[in-house]
Write a protein that binds this ligand. Structure first.
Ligand code: ADE
Ligand code: ZN
Length: 346
């Protein structure tokens, strides 16, 4: 691992901005900014429950994950056509490229949209076209991870999988999202086993609000390769040892944890402790339109609150490539670019 030369605190935000990085935990529906939401509502003749963009933004105050999911779900009602999904993803990819994200793996779900009468083809073809165009337009790679909604049944997840199978080549993997408490990973054991057999990469949200036991079962029952959030792992030292030993990455989302009251302030966030413990932690934005910041905002606010260093920045960006589902040669190429950014930074 590169030994990074110290960087003055006032220069750290510039380095955090400039360093190449991968974003691995971002729900594309959670990147839909109020301005685009209103524009799509108008384009599709969908009524909005809020008077204007400012009134909608004022409603973005949450008590917990469920209170967020309710408002997030309402926002998805404006998405009707393939072009809507393209426009939403294109807007995120442009924003991420400005933050020097060079690779991203986007979460999306189809169950929300099929529940509104929108087909899986409309969703996936629109998102996939935006991912393909990102390479030429932004020099950035992007792939798609389908999240099953865990508050729905395993049968519904199987139905969802059957619908998307003809489009399987447009997906890199599957994940598990939505209301965590009361919906343990093992509820989806069989559908994840089937996805594994299909060669899909596996991730799951676990230990965001839920207990360490959910992280154990995501690993041992679902056999996931990454844990989304996972910040509750620190309550269980045997689990921490397992995550370190097997180099299981955690995709941590500090501003999300703050806005959903997983932590009461960023100074209490355990990102620094996770890194110190040797966990392959990464920084991500989760639902940036709702939580007050894209990936670099997550980096800069968390670094300021926890007094993290340039060495930590390097580690987090290095981890983001290690944790990604790109091939090994591409990982090395991104990590070399990262090292040269740090070596030449003034
Ligand atoms: N869907 C969108 N954001 C989520 C989160 N933070 N946790 C679970 N499901 C989500
Ligand atoms: Zn998430």
């Amino acid at each position: 691992m590169l030994k990074v030369k110290p960087v003055a605190v006032d220069r750290l935000p510039a380095l955090l901005q400039l360093m190449p990085k991968a974003e691995l935990h971002m729900h594309i529906e959670g990147s839909l900014e109020p301005e685009l939401m209103f524009a799509l509502a108008q384009r599709n003749g969908v009524a909005m429950a809020y008077e204007d963009v400012e009134a909608l933004r004022r409603a973005y105050v949450f008590d917990d994950l469920q209170s967020f999911l309710d408002i997030y779900h309402a926002g998805t009602l404006v998405l009707r056509t393939e072009q809507d999904f393209y426009d939403m993803a294109h807007a995120y990819l442009a924003r991420a490229a400005a933050d020097h994200v060079v690779h991203t793996e986007l979460f999306f779900d189809t169950q929300t949209h099929t529940g509104h009468g929108v087909s899986v083809e409309v969703v996936i073809n629109g998102l996939h076209r935006a991912c393909v165009d990102a390479q030429a337009e932004f020099g950035m790679s992007a792939s798609l991870i389908l999240c099953f909604l865990r508050h729905l049944s395993e049968e519904a997840a199987f139905e969802c999988l059957e619908q998307v199978l003809p489009l399987r080549d447009k997906l890199v993997g599957v994940g598990l999202a939505s209301s965590e408490m009361g919906h343990p990973p093992e509820k989806f054991a069989r559908v994840f086993a089937r996805c594994r057999a299909l060669g899909l990469r596996l991730v799951a949200h676990a230990g965001e609000e839920g207990p360490p036991a959910y992280i154990w079962s995501a690993l041992d029952v679902l056999k996931v390769e990454r844990i989304d959030h996972g910040v509750q792992a620190m309550k269980d030292s045997a689990l921490m040892a397992r995550l370190v030993k097997d180099r299981i990455p955690l995709t941590v989302c500090p501003l999300s944890n703050l806005k959903l009251r997983v932590v009461s302030n960023l100074a209490q966030h355990n990102l620094g402790q996770l890194l110190q413990a040797g966990i392959v932690a990464t920084v991500n934005s989760d639902d940036p339109s709702y939580f007050g910041g894209y990936i670099n905002q997550n980096f800069t606010e968390t670094f300021a609150a926890l007094a993290l260093t340039a060495q930590d920045a390097y580690q987090l960006a290095h981890n983001s490539f290690e944790a990604s589902f790109i091939d090994e040669a591409q990982k090395r190429a991104f990590q070399d670019r990262l090292a040269s950014t740090f070596e030449t930074f003034q």
